[in-house]
Design a protein around this ligand. Structure first.
Ligand code: 13P
Length: 254
């Protein structure tokens, strides 16, 4: 894994109410491995960021947000700014999750605005990319990933890339129980790293962590993160159960 510390994120999506979110956070604080060997973050829904943040404060788990708007403040009804997220202790943000791209209609241009704003605000960014089933079947996986990175990372400097993680989440594998085989996922991850090498040079590219996301579970995590270019995971369904998420974080420590 070329000295890259694995990074596992638990994206809780639009799940868990206050009591459930608090209870899961408490269980994770007790059960997760120390952060010396793996970086861990959880991404609760907006209303529970502060309460979950208070529980995981001083633990190995970082607080993350699933979304935000790139403007500093103003007339953007319904939106949340980066400085508001910072106020409640958020250190890492997701950008371009497939559900935001394909359900909420976010464009690559918007993802780029968000990536630049978050990096300028000193946040860590997880830029999510990945192809749909029809794109995969048409042999377009690498082209889709490269396009989403080229547009999403436009203007991001080599220095800023130390705060960027790429999450490769094939859309057809998210929440479906279908997982890319470790070999297929590795092929896509290697092509993603090739793009980063082309864009930023080998030294920077070899330091960027690339997470796999899409039906990762305790049963398949070890085989996936055992691949050369897979540096952890972005977990949805299995992140809602403390035992499963803990097992995946442990599997990521190779
Ligand atoms: P699942 O693990 O439920 O497939 O979700 C993956 C994901 O979208 C994480 O962001």
């Amino acid at each position: 894994m070329a000295n890259r510390k694995p990074f596992v994120g638990g994206n809780w999506k639009m799940n868990l109410h206050a009591d459930e979110a608090a209870s899961l956070a408490k269980q994770l604080v007790d059960s997760l491995p120390s952060n010396e060997k793996v970086d861990i973050a959880v991404f609760p829904a907006f209303p529970y960021l502060a309460s979950v943040g208070a529980i995981i404060k001083d633990s190995a788990v970082k607080l993350g947000a699933q979304d935000f708007y790139f403007a500093e403040n103003g007339a953007y009804t319904g939106e949340v700014s980066l400085s508001m997220l910072k106020d409640v202790g958020v250190e890492v943000v997701l950008v371009g999750h497939s559900e935001r791209r394909h359900v909420l209609g976010e464009s690559n241009a918007l993802c780029n605005e968000k990536t630049l704003a978050a990096l300028n605000a000193g946040m860590e960014v997880i830029l999510c990319i990945g192809e749909k089933l029809e794109q995969r079947e048409a042999g377009q996986t690498d082209a889709v990933n490269w396009g989403q990175m080229a547009l999403g990372l436009a203007g991001v400097t080599a220095e800023q890339m130390s705060k960027v993680t790429i999450a490769y989440e094939p859309v057809w594998a998210i929440g479906t129980g279908k997982t890319a085989t470790p070999e297929d996922a590795q092929k896509a991850h290697a092509a993603i790293r090739n793009f980063l090498t082309f864009a930023y040079g080998e030294k920077v590219a070899s330091g960027v962590r690339i997470q796999y996301g899409g039906s990762m579970k305790p049963g398949n995590a070890k085989d996936l993160v055992g691949q050369t270019d897979i540096d952890g995971g972005l977990i949805g369904g299995a992140a809602l159960k403390s035992a499963d998420f803990t097992a995946i974080c442990e599997a990521a420590i190779c």
